[in-house]
Design a protein around this ligand. Structure first.
Ligand code: IPM
Ligand code: MN
Length: 370
């Protein structure tokens, strides 16, 4: 029987709740599609940090590297100083595992309420490919005269041909199994150096994909087009920081942060990819069963596609979409069921192998493996 080894990193806040729900769905997918998983729990997060002072250690990196994938809940806590856990765990993992792209689908499933008036599922089906290892996220910079009125801070953005090319190439591959349209989103009119490099990479890599049509939008214009005419986008490739920002807007289109899923993909076959819901740890609602497990379940679906379990991936996607469409509200007490109950409902639906039209997860499965 096929078996996959998975590191499970539930983390903080609502992370453990949504991860438990996703694991119940994984159990159901295994039963329905005939594979097994070996799961190792990894205790990283606020509690572990406050007790031991430990973030992502080199030893842990080596232990995680031995797994086929990482299922991630959420990291972040008001108990820890701002940024310590985020940088020391999330960004450290993305870097250590060379997770070259952060794949963030923006898809409105049928029957799911969106705050954008008149938006339909047919018009909202795009994928953002966010460069995931550099840009401003290298967190390099310097400051002088700190704490005085002369305080001066320089924060750098690093863009290498190597990292931009691998993200852009992946985006082209994805576009070629989708609607054949790739949009570069940047700010080339102001960030001229980085912008020129990104544009040149898109032009050069594009020659290898003659069937994919390319297009360009400035990131500010993107924020205007995205809610008004998302149908103009198929695959969007963008810088790390721009990708962070526009995918929160994208999450709103598809029903909110609770629904949005992501995959931090390592593309070289030498380290695990990591799958995480886009919502954070939401400490204000932790422990109440108010978090929507859909983002975690759709991230699980992506993980299954990455592991070569395309049918299971599509079934988890279909089951999550089906249960989402039944909810009176997409988060909080208004959902009418707890995180755990919703996990149970999605798990039960997986066994019926619900079909999903034009399954995103099966498209992703075609390009996610190295
Ligand atoms: C995200 C988050 C992270 C990011 C933070 C927590 C480091 O906002 O995954 O979108 O900026 O990438
Ligand atoms: Mn973010």
């Amino acid at each position: 029987m096929r078996s996959h080894s998975i590191a499970v990193l539930p983390g903080d806040g609502v992370g453990p709740e949504v991860t438990a729900a996703a694991l119940e769905v994984l159990d159901a997918a295994q039963d329905a599609f005939g594979f097994t998983t070996e799961r190792t729990d990894v205790p990283l997060g606020a509690e572990h940090y406050l007790r031991t002072g430990e973030l992502l250690t080199p030893d842990l990196v080596e232990r995680l590297r031995a797994h086929d994938a990482i299922l991630f809940g959420a990291i972040g806590s008001p108990q820890a100083p701002p940024g310590v856990l985020e940088r020391g765990i999330i960004l450290a993992l993305r870097g250590a595992m060379q997770q070259a792209v952060n794949l963030r689908p923006v898809r409105l499933y049928p029957g799911v309420p969106t705050p954008v008036a008149g938006l339909t599922p047919q018009r909202c089906d795009l994928v953002v490919v966010r460069e995931n290892t550099e840009g401003s996220y290298v967190a390099e910079g310097s400051a002088v005269h700190r704490g005085t009125s002369a305080w001066t801070a320089v924060q750098e953005s690093v863009n290498t041909w190597y990292a931009v090319e691998r993200a852009v190439d992946f985006a082209f591959r994805l576009a070629s199994v989708r609607r054949g349209r790739l949009t570069l989103c940047h700010k080339t009119n102001v960030l001229v150096e980085a912008g020129a490099l990104w544009s040149a990479v898109v032009e050069e890599v594009g020659r290898r994909y003659p069937d994919v049509e390319t297009d360009y939008v400035h990131v500010d214009a993107m924020c205007m087009h995205l809610p008004v005419s998302p149908e103009r986008f198929d695959v969007v490739v963008t810088d790390n920081l721009f990708g962070d920002i526009v995918t929160d807007l994208g999450a709103v289109l598809q029903g909110g942060l609770g629904v949005a899923a992501s995959g931090n993909l390592h593309l070289g076959g030498r380290a695990p990819s990591m799958f995480e819901p886009v919502h954070g740890s939401a400490p204000d609602i932790a422990g109440r069963g108010w978090a929507n497990p859909a983002g975690a379940c759709l991230s699980l679906a992506m993980m299954l596609g990455h592991l070569g379990e395309g049918e299971a991936a599509a079934a988890v996607e279909g089951a999550t979409a089906q249960v989402l469409a039944e909810l009176p509200a997409l988060a909080g007490a208004g959902m009418g069921a707890s995180t755990g109950e919703l996990g149970g409902r999605i798990a039960a639906a997986v066994a019926q192998r619900p079909a999903v039209e034009n399954s995103l997860m099966s498209q992703l499965a075609q390009v996610m493996s190295p």
